[in-house]
Design a protein around this ligand. Structure first.
Ligand code: C2O
Length: 412
């Protein structure tokens, strides 16, 4: 299957996923954005929290999803295998708890990817030897389809059949290896309701820019005349001097087929029964505000400073094991005396694009003991060393204790 299977779960579920490695390579899988409460062994980055699963071997990842719901994804977390080894992780709210926005009529997944004709491990090896940057991929993919600009795929565009007047929830994942991507739908507004698996204050936009590793849920109302509308992804290239063939990928939003979709990725949600949290401070993106005065004692603030001025792209910094508040971001050098930080309702994410020649401040509560990888989610930059790990020690008081690794954890 490509993309790989979608995993459906609910908030607070206990999840067990047995991964059997039928490839000839070493493999490990990250559940990107899962906060892995006291289960860093199941986080996935090879040689950070586990030895890889060797060819022919299996490992069962076990974790819970406390207070997590939304769209995340999973991907290989060793060498560059995530170029093709990925799929979505959809976490619904608990039974009986509706979304904090209007109920969509249908849901669909949109997974953005990049595809190389060359064997990805050969490419990686070549770049390690030469030190060069990666060539652009041979195609951009929407749910595995390269779109009509490629001969092989002319008649094989990913299509969502919609009915006029209905509302659709699109769960959009940027699973690409090395490129940030725009996504938009001709003539349609998108209402962003979720980012990185956390509800956010809704806002309308005509396009999104997602870094590799970011996800977003948007509502789209089919409020246009009956026709076919392009959905497109195009790479974001802030630099003008980069030799780069921008060949976007397209999918279709098709009003002409009015039958309900039988696509296995779609899901119609039926449970508007109980009210969501009434406290508006807690409603969007700030669970910490709901947890009483002693809730924030392990807060760590981190300032990312990009020192490059001629760089070509933002660095999508991803932290494992936590979501973090994005307090602010700006161009130039960070200056604590005049940086404007949002301490009121900052977005709560797991991946943030640090701007070229600029800064970003994040804050998170280091309350989950373990080893937590943090790295640029452009795979080539991880390879070049734009990565580090936090060691969060077992603490006292309210902090829970990490126990021993599971007995079946792979050995190197
Ligand atoms: Cu999804 Cu360590 O990356």
């Amino acid at each position: 299957m490509f993309p790989g299977p979608t995993i459906y779960a609910r908030q607070d579920d206990r999840v067990m996923i047995k991964v059997t490695n039928l490839t000839p390579y070493n493999l490990s899988i990250q559940w990107h954005g899962v906060r892995q409460r006291l289960t860093c062994w199941s986080d996935g980055p090879a040689y950070i929290t586990q030895c890889p699963i060797q060819a022919g071997q299996s490992f069962t990842y076990k974790f819970t999803l406390p207070n997590q719901r939304g769209t995340l994804f999973w991907h290989a977390h060793i060498s560059w295998l995530r170029a093709t080894v990925y799929g979505a992780l959809v976490i619904y709210p608990k039974h009986g708890v509706p979304y904090p926005f209007d109920l969509p009529d249908e849901e669909h997944l949109i997974i953005l990817g990049e595809y190389w004709l060359q064997d990805i491990q050969d490419l990686e090896k070549h770049l390690k030897e030469t030190g060069g940057g990666p060539p652009s991929s041979d195609a951009y993919l929407i749910n595995g389809h390269p779109g009509p600009l490629h001969n092989c795929s002319k008649d094989d565009m990913f299509t969502i059949n919609v009915r006029q007047g209905k509302t659709y929830l699109l769960r959009i994942v940027n699973a690409a290896l090395n490129m940030e991507h725009f996504f938009g739908i001709a003539n349609h507004l998108m209402t962003v309701v979720e980012a990185d698996g956390e509800y956010t204050k809704p806002f309308n936009t005509t396009f999104l820019m997602l870094t590799p590793g970011q996800t977003s849920n948007v509502l789209v109302k089919a409020d246009q005349p009956i026709a076919k509308y392009d959905m497109s992804m195009t790479p974001y290239m802030p630099a003008k001097n980069v030799p780069f063939l921008e060949l976007p990928s397209y999918a279709l939003l098709d009003y002409t087929n009015s039958l309900p979709s039988s696509n296995s990725l779609s899901f119609t949600y039926h449970e508007p029964i109980l009210p969501y949290l009434n406290d508006t401070n807690c409603k969007y993106s700030s669970p910490e505000k709901c947890q009483g005065p002693n809730g924030g004692i392990f807060a760590a603030s981190v300032i990312f400073q990009d020192t490059g001025s001629i760089g070509t792209e933002n660095h999508p910094i991803h932290l494992h094991g936590f979501s973090f508040y994005v307090l602010g971001s700006g161009l130039g050098d960070f200056n604590s005396t005049n940086a404007v930080l949002n301490l009121y309702d900052p977005p709560y994410r797991n991946t943030v694009g640090v701007p070229v020649g600029g800064w970003t401040v994040i804050r998170f509560r280091a309350d989950n003991p373990g080893i937590w990888f943090m790295h640029c989610h452009l795979e080539v930059h991880t390879m070049w060393g734009l990565s580090m790990a936090f060691l969060v020690k077992n603490g006292e008081g309210e902090m829970q204790t990490l126990s021993h690794p599971p007995p079946d954890l792979p050995v190197c």
